[in-house]
Design a protein around this ligand. Structure first.
Ligand code: GSH
Length: 194
């Protein structure tokens, strides 16, 4: 049995929630209070007790990108990476470069000067990519899209940061939002503001 140590507001956890839902994998959830992490979590994922952690019969796996690759191998259908090796590498490169969005996003959260402009430039870069291809994973939705969507949903729905003006990016968010796994995450984000 799989158990996810999870927190609704955590976008890294959202990556794994989306993949589990896409693949219809049954799992249990242990919700972690991020402001009061239990000692057992710190012991299982030292030194900070970060989430997400996937627990499979007592064996623990941290790091959302690694968890998602594991789930992709363990539950190959439906595939969330392209069949072609070069396209798979391109999708993995996109996940690897998450800081292109993560760095300005967290700078904005920390209210650093110039963060909005940095974020706008990052969104413009994603908009350009999505003008050329329908998904960050390539021709089909997959792990690279999952790697970024949780932050964009939080930017738009929690932080009130406008995505408009980035037409391809907005179209991509809208297309991805039609997927039940992403729609469920949008509901989770809405529950954080309610
Ligand atoms: N690289 C990790 C980052 C996970 C992460 O930073 N999770 C946050 C919650 S959203 C956390 O637990 N932070 C606690 C800390 O960094 O001390 C991943 O991809 O899973």
């Amino acid at each position: 049995m799989l158990t996810l140590y999870d927190a609704p507001r955590c976008p890294y956890c959202a990556r794994t929630r989306i993949v589990l839902a896409e693949k219809s994998v049954p799992y249990e959830t242990v919700t972690i209070d991020l402001s009061d992490r239990p000692d057992w979590l710190i012991e299982r994922n030292p030194p900070h007790g970060r989430v997400p952690v996937l627990d499979e019969d007592g064996g623990v796996l941290p790091e959302s990108a690694v968890i998602n690759e594991y789930l992709e191998e363990r539950y190959p259908e439906p595939a969330l990476l392209p069949a072609d090796a070069a396209a798979r590498a391109a999708a993995r490169l996109m996940v690897f470069r998450f800081d292109d969005l993560g760095a300005p996003y967290y700078a904005l959260r920390r209210e650093e000067p110039g963060a909005e402009e940095r974020l706008d430039r990052a969104l413009l870069a994603f908009d350009r990519i999505l003008t050329a291809v329908p998904f960050l994973t390539g021709a089909e939705f997959g792990l690279a899209d999952v790697a970024y969507l949780p932050w964009l949903l939080r930017l738009r729905d929690l932080m009130g940061f406008p995505l408009d003006g980035h037409d391809a990016l907005e179209r991509w968010v809208a297309t991805c939002s039609e997927r039940p796994a992403v729609a469920a995450e949008i509901e989770t984000v809405a529950s954080l503001v309610a």
